[in-house]
Design a binder for this molecule. Structure first.
Ligand code: AMP
Length: 399
């Protein structure tokens, strides 16, 4: 069955058409600048060159219409009609406590996603526009909602509660939810396969290191802790997000610089992380690695501070699970940076970690990068959130 996977942002829409049996991508692409002048569709059929078409897309409905047009186009399309698309899988950022698993979409689910919008004001409304547009244009196609938060709903209370008045949890749902759940789930399953072990017997730590970054502790296939919290701002130092810090810093900066709360939050979300640490040099690790290798202090402090935080979380999650069998690296940086992986592993002597330097140079494939005699296995597992969403949608339809 062909499954259309949709990931809708406020002004963008990414899509892939995946055959659920062969798990091959037949076409993929991106609508950019939706609702803004200069909107365009970048479309790529498997094995063909990318095509860019500029066309006005005043809203997400117009964008989905363009996507459907491209997928069913006589020359460049991959299906002859909409009826050949068996289901749509929507990536939804926040499912709150209501959704511990993916679900088929109906009015009730759409309303519940809307009710979670307060917890993800930048993301859920954008996801909803995509859902509404698809439901209007493809009213007979079943749709699934796959939540970034769902995988982490297995966390025990002691891992998800904050040390603030319990009222705040009861009244407003303030707790750790965690994100990147589809990736953490996919990578932990795949790691067990690569290790030739049963997931139900393994303690794994998954380091999803991209522009957004999070770590999770996955014990016997279930998430028991993760570094992102109520929002994706907590945890690791990221491209432009601060990650963990003393909450009193917010008031301190506001006071010192005469800024509003909203302005300080903008700094923590958009001007912090490795971008801020490097004095504005870059949020892109390729630039920072270059600066690190040229011994520039901006690159050295950004990378060392980033790596230290990752290593601290690995230590914390080893303690939380009373041991660890495998440490997995994934996402843009985790999959592509031998330097960052080896710097993190330098902290893991207490786990008996020994890196195979040659294996560590490999990119883009499932690889065990530790030596056979390493005390703990270390793996690179390329994540594939779109495939995971397509699998979820297919599984829901089979039920
Ligand atoms: P993502 O958000 O998963 O797309 O990851 C983006 C991050 O991965 C950016 O900081 C990139 O600089 C980083 N990245 C991608 N490729 C490489 C590479 N070859 N070496 C180092 N960092 C990389």
């Amino acid at each position: 069955m062909n499954i259309l996977v949709i990931n809708c942002g406020s002004s963008s829409l990414k899509f892939q058409l995946i055959d659920s049996e062969s798990e091959q991508v037949s076409a993929k692409g991106l609508c950019e600048r939706i609702g803004i002048a200069g909107s365009r569709l970048v479309y790529q059929k498997a094995g063909a060159d990318k095509q860019v078409s500029e066309a006005p897309m005043p809203d997400h409905k117009a964008a989905i219409r363009m996507v459907i047009g491209a997928l069913t186009d006589r020359e460049t399309g991959v299906v002859t009609s909409l009826s050949q698309i068996g289901a749509v899988g929507h990536r939804i950022v926040h499912g709150g406590e209501r959704f511990a698993a993916s679900v088929l979409l109906d009015d009730d689910v759409t309303e519940a996603i809307e009710a979670c919008s307060g917890l993800a004001p930048l993301h859920n409304p954008a996801n909803l526009t995509g859902i509404r547009a698809c439901r209007e244009l493809m009213p007979d196609t079943p749709m699934a909602a796959v939540f970034d938060t769902a995988f982490h709903q297995t966390m025990p209370q002691e891992a998800y509660l904050y040390g603030i008045p319990y009222d705040c949890y009861e009244k407003y749902g303030i707790r750790r939810y965690g994100f990147h759940g589809t990736s953490h789930s996919y990578v932990s399953k795949r790691a067990a396969q690569v290790m030739g072990r049963d997931l139900a017997t393994l303690k794994l730590i998954v380091c999803h290191l991209g522009n957004g970054a999070s770590v999770s502790a996955v014990r016997y296939g279930k998430s028991v802790d993760t570094s992102m919290g109520l929002t994706p701002l907590e945890g690791l130092i990221m491209g432009t997000r601060s990650g963990d810090m003393d909450p009193a810093i917010i008031e301190f900066i506001a006071h010192q610089e005469g800024k509003t709360l909203a302005e300080v939050m903008e700094i923590l979300n958009k001007e912090s992380g490795v971008l801020g640490l490097s004095g504005g040099l870059s949020s892109d690790f390729r630039d920072l690695e270059d600066a690190y290798c040229r011994e520039m202090p901006e690159g050295i402090r950004a990378i060392k501070t980033f790596v230290y935080r990752v290593a601290k979380y690995i230590g914390a999650y080893t303690a939380a699970m009373n041991g660890v069998d495998g440490i997995c690296f994934t996402a843009g940086l985790g999959e592509n940076s031998p330097l960052i992986r080896s710097l993190v592993c330098e902290y893991l002597g207490y786990l008996g970690v020994r890196l195979d330097q040659e294996q560590n140079q490999k990119r883009g494939q499932d690889t065990v990068i530790s030596t056979p005699d390493s005390g703990t296995a270390v793996l690179v597992i390329p994540t594939n959130e779109e495939l995971a969403i397509a699998r979820e949608a297919a599984a829901l339809l089979q039920k």
